[in-house]
Design a protein around this ligand. Structure first.
Ligand SMILES: *Cc1c(COP(=O)(O)O)cnc(C)c1O
Length: 222
């Protein structure tokens, strides 16, 4: 799995370039290694290469992997896929941060789990049917509800831009998310994936979520 180390070096170099263009520092950006669909040994190899924050999309998949990762001291896991209400009780012991809160009902379920959790609100900025997320016009109300829930610590906003061949086309989506976060005084901005993370960092991303560029192509889910 030496390719992970090499890929990470290449990513860090590109990240440095984007940070320099934006006049930002490396500590301002958390690299989330997206390990969905890969076996636990890939997460372990990524940890050994120095990565500490991991993104997973599917509660059931991660529930299988988590026991195999118990020795990875200091590793943190973010849920970046849609969370169904009926999986909340499975999810809350497994994840440090739930990035995909998109309704007050889901937030309430998380709050009722009784665990202290970091959360982000996923905002739907594109019209692509498959994308989950809170509609921009509903964001203010959702932010208010979550802030009234003492168990949940609202960190910021998360979004997925539509896929473009030219990453420059993602820029207006990222700029819009940044403006929304700023309007609500939210510090965290989870945006940017393998194809557009440099643009996201230029637009202020504090969390970038990278899978393919670190681990190669995913096979379809079994
Ligand atoms: C899979 C996934 C990623 C990683 O995508 P890559 O293009 O492989 O970097 C990031 N964010 C979310 C929400 C994802 O589902």
């Amino acid at each position: 799995m030496d390719h992970i180390r090499e890929n990470l070096l290449a990513v860090e170099e590109r990240l440095d370039g984007a940070l320099a263009r934006a006049g930002r520092r490396r500590e301002e950006v958390t690299l989330i290694a997206v390990t969905k669909t890969f076996a636990a040994d890939v997460t372990i190899a990524a940890y050994n290469a120095g990565l500490r924050v991991f993104g997973e999309n599917y509660v059931q998949e991660f529930e299988q992997k988590a026991p195999l990762l118990a020795q990875l001291e200091g590793a943190q896991y973010h849920l970046i896929g849609h969370l169904q209400s009926n999986k909340v009780n499975k999810a809350t012991p497994l994840f440090h941060c739930i990035q995909t809160v998109d309704s007050a009902k889901l937030a309430q379920r998380l709050q009722q789990s009784g665990r202290a959790l970091e959360v982000m609100v996923e905002v739907k900025l594109s019209e692509e049917g498959s994308k989950q997320g809170c509609a921009p016009e509903d964001l203010a109300a959702l932010v208010d509800s979550i802030r009234a829930m003492p168990g949940l610590s609202l960190q910021g906003l998360m979004t997925m831009a539509p896929f473009f061949d030219d990453p420059e086309q993602s820029r207006p989506y990222f700029a819009r998310l940044r403006a929304m976060a700023s309007a609500h005084h939210l510090p965290a901005l989870s945006m940017g994936m393998s194809n557009d993370f440099e643009v996201a960092v230029e637009e202020g991303a504090t969390h970038i979520r990278l899978g393919t560029v670190l681990f190669g192509k995913r096979s379809p889910r079994p």
